[in-house]
Design a protein around this ligand. Sequence first.
Ligand SMILES: Nc1ncnc2c1ncn2[C@@H]1O[C@H](COP(=O)(O)OP(=O)(O)OP(=O)(O)O)[C@@H](O)[C@H]1O
Length: 260
Amino acid sequence: MMNSSPAEFPTRGAVYARDLVVARAGNEVLRSLSFDVPRGTVVGLMGPSGCGKTTLMRSIVGVQRIESGHLDVLDHSPTDHALRHRLGYVTQAVSVYRDLTVRQNARYFAAIQGSTPHAADRAIDTVGLADHADRTVENLSGGQASRASLACALVGDPELLVLDEPTVGLDPVTREEIWTHFRRLADAGATLLVSSHVMDEAARCDSVLLMRDGRLLAHLPPQELLDRTGESTMDAAFLSLIRRGNAGPKRASDHQGDRR
Ligand SMILES: Nc1ncnc2c1ncn2[C@@H]1O[C@H](COP(=O)(O)OP(=O)(O)OP(=O)(O)O)[C@@H](O)[C@H]1O
């Protein structure tokens, strides 16, 4: 592909993976994954512990060596420098400066991403930390510190947000607020890939990537997951699918726009 601006090439998803294989310590942990993450959508990434969710996220943000296959992120190779300010990544580990306050952290990340102090304060508000903005991160609870990391990823208004279990350990009210904000971001055109162990959160996504043992079991809207399994809750549907080991044919749309 020559010129890759989204305006000129709107058909390829924010993430485009074909036959993606990744090995860690000599073991194949992602096994021939093919999927698209459509732009402007919230996609959940679900699967049992150790199935490869974090490894997939690391591949997308360009910090994981890819063995074979093809991976495009916003029409670039994941390691392309051009992506630096267009991507936001929040790991499971708190990745902010513990001896700085929440506000100092957010303003620092805003500055290096060319964003404003106002945007930093807005991001703090979004994650529900306005009352703790002037506390150092080391004096926050675990959930509050995770939210500080999330605020720092939000400040630059990234086009693609990759979030590894962003709501773990959060109370239901804060989770609700954060998911409402995710939806708002997607409505404004951002793309979010969010891993979670909480199946209720799958229901809030436009589609869900379900993984097991490094393979993709299905990529489908949450309602289709219920319909396909005949279950009434996301938890039961997910278990049913995991036990079955496959979910039938993938969505045809997963291969639309496949030009190479
Ligand atoms: N640094 C590493 N070196 C070698 N193997 C690793 C490393 N990190 C993870 N793995 C292995 O890669 C596989 C996928 O791990 P990954 O962390 O991607 O899973 P996950 O789905 O994110 O798990 P969890 O839900 O527990 O966070 C696992 O078998 C794991 O043991």
